[in-house]
Ligand binder design. Structure first.
Ligand code: FES
Length: 111
């Protein structure tokens, strides 16, 4: 994911804007990233990436999960919304929980 790619697709918040927000505002919790143009307060798809960005900002640790590409992020959100909408239908069963964003990317932690 590049700096100008949108992390929060609902509110069009770029990674660059979030990084700048963290540098200037120094949020103490990841949830405070929502103060940056509402990031994470729409569908919820980007929340795990917001948490990851926050954690990286706190630790400066670059040993992390690989980030999704912009296209992976967008297509993952489309699947997430589709699954979420389907599971919200009255006929959905409790076993039909939507996948987490990390599952949808197919990335795993490095060993
Ligand atoms: S993509 Fe960020 S809340 Fe939907």
């Amino acid at each position: 994911m590049e700096l100008d790619d949108e992390v929060c697709l609902c509110f069009h918040v770029s990674k660059r804007k979030l990084v700048q927000f963290m540098r200037v505002q120094k949020p103490r919790r990841a949830t405070q990233l929502s103060l940056c143009s509402g990031a994470g307060t729409g569908c919820g798809w980007c929340v795990k990436i917001l948490q990851r960005l926050f954690d990286q900002g706190q630790t400066g640790d670059d040993d992390r999960l690989p980030e999704p590409t912009s296209e992976e992020h967008r297509s993952g959100r489309a699947r997430y919304l589709e699954t979420r909408d389907r599971s919200a239908a009255p006929a959905a069963s409790p076993q039909d929980d939507p996948p987490t964003p990390e599952d949808s990317y197919g990335h795993s932690r490095p060993h």
